[in-house]
Write a protein that binds this ligand. Structure first.
Ligand code: NAG
Ligand code: NAG
Ligand code: NAG
Ligand code: NAG
Length: 390
């Protein structure tokens, strides 16, 4: 049986989304389509991870299941549709041999050094095969820097971390600083499907990699590639936050733990607190088996150990760091826009293009019109939550 993709699951209902915003009430019963999909999954006993997740979603009150579905939409499961033909696969293998990859790994220090700002700060994103095609997510990402306000110079501090061969090759074609994240026990030749054991392993590997970057003394902004950069984010960070993270939902107070963090965008200062926290976060995967690193962040943000570490967490306002879940209303203030709350790569691309068009229109307006604040986003369209709930 084919491994069920995330698209076979029903999107969260309006009720479940409301519940995401209010944690006081116990979870309502899951939508019937969701239950049906779960039943099918449960029958397929071999599919351990999705089952574990869904099962937990159905029978347990904690951790909150909707958050899981929500956060997982940050990454599309399109790798199944990207079939690399054998011939191309071979060509790819020629292009990047095992030796090249060894060299690449050794080059980490050099890449970080070359991309770093004077104060040892870098910008990181990750890339998989499906997002690397021409005209796809990575092109829009880089395009946004070029059209943002004082963002184009930030590209020389961006390191793209490639998860597979195709992504790596594309990166080398379009960008200066590329790094292939590969280790001996992960088969680099296999494309990872969403939420398979291999996929989760990749996500956790990424987190462990970020810890390594911190240990090397580099602070970073990590940004998913489906986030458009319209303004330089540095002036919007708090001077006293060790970990600053964007939100799917912002409650209006940067320290309130009821903010729903979205791990797709964060700024982390390299210090003892952040390194210890990343170790803790990584080790927490053992307490929440089958969960994605972003879900686990929303579970462990309440953990008293964070206080013991002395880590200061700041949640970033959606006024500046918005997304489709909660758009930044004023284009005079927006810093980044994330295509979160979106199911399916094609829908995501569609709405990202609308976001980019909107930004270009805004930029071409005369200052007086800009200042009037009359302009607003034409999204969500295909990513619409109300569409999901019909
Ligand atoms: C690091 O340098 C960048 C670029 O000059 C600046 O915007 C940012 O605020 C600096 N970060 C810190 C922590 O000083
Ligand atoms: C923000 O949230 C924190 C933690 O919940 C609380 O201590 C603080 O009083 C809140 N600040 C405001 C202005 O509401
Ligand atoms: C961590 O703390 C030690 C002292 O406890 C200090 O020497 C070191 O510089 C700190 N490292 C970082 C990255 O802040
Ligand atoms: C987006 O939605 C429109 C209708 O709302 C539809 O015609 C179009 O095919 C959709 N595009 C994608 C890429 O899903």
């Amino acid at each position: 049986m084919a491994r069920p993709s995330r698209q076979t699951l029903a999107p969260p209902s309006a009720t479940s989304l409301r519940r995401l915003y209010g944690h006081s009430k116990p979870p309502p019963p899951p939508a019937s389509a969701f239950r049906k999909a779960a039943a099918v999954l449960l029958l397929a006993a071999a599919v351990a991870l999705p089952c574990a997740v869904l099962y937990r979603a159905l029978v347990s009150n904690t951790p909150p299941p909707v958050q899981v579905a929500w956060d997982r939409r940050q990454w599309d499961p399109p790798l199944a549709t990207v079939v690399v033909p054998k011939a191309e696969e071979d060509r790819d293998l020629d292009h990047i041999s095992a030796d090249d990859l060894d060299i690449e790994y050794l080059k980490l220090e050099q890449v970080l050094q070359a991309a770093s700002m004077d104060n040892k700060t870098i910008i990181l994103t990750t890339l998989n095969a499906a997002w690397s095609s021409p005209g796809s997510v990575i092109d829009l990402f880089i395009d946004s820097f070029r059209h943002g306000v004082r963002t184009s110079s930030l590209l020389k501090h961006l390191v793209i971390i490639a998860f597979d061969r195709k992504a790596y090759r594309r990166c080398t074609e379009i960008h200066t600083y590329c790094y292939a994240l590969v280790t001996g026990n992960v088969d680099f030749s296999q494309e990872k499907r969403f939420l398979t054991a291999g996929y989760l392993e990749m996500m956790w590997k990424r987190l462990d990699f970020l810890r390594l970057v911190l240990e090397k003394g580099y602070s970073f902004i990590f940004s998913d590639a489906d986030i458009m950069w319209f303004r330089n984010p540095f002036p919007y960070f708090y001077p006293d936050g060790d970990l600053q993270v964007a939100c799917d939902h912002y409650v209006g107070n940067a320290t309130d733990l009821r903010n729903i963090a979205n791990g797709g965008f964060n700024y982390v200062k390299s210090n003892n607190q952040s390194i210890e926290f990343y170790k803790f976060w990584y080790s927490s995967r053992l307490r929440y088996p089958g969960y994605h690193d972003q879900d686990v962040l929303n579970f462990i943000k309440h953990d008293p150990y964070i206080m013991d570490i002395g880590l200061t967490i700041k949640f970033l306002s959606t006024t500046y760091f918005g997304g489709i879940c909660e758009p930044s209303k004023d284009l005079n203030e927006v810093c980044t826009m994330h295509a979160n709350c979106c199911i399916g790569l094609q829908s995501k691309l569609h709405d990202l293009r609308i976001i980019m068009e909107g930004w270009r229109d805004y930029m071409s307006m005369p200052p007086s019109l800009k200042a009037s604040g009359a302009f607003s986003w034409r999204v969500p369209q295909n990513c619409s939550l109300s569409l999901l709930n019909q």
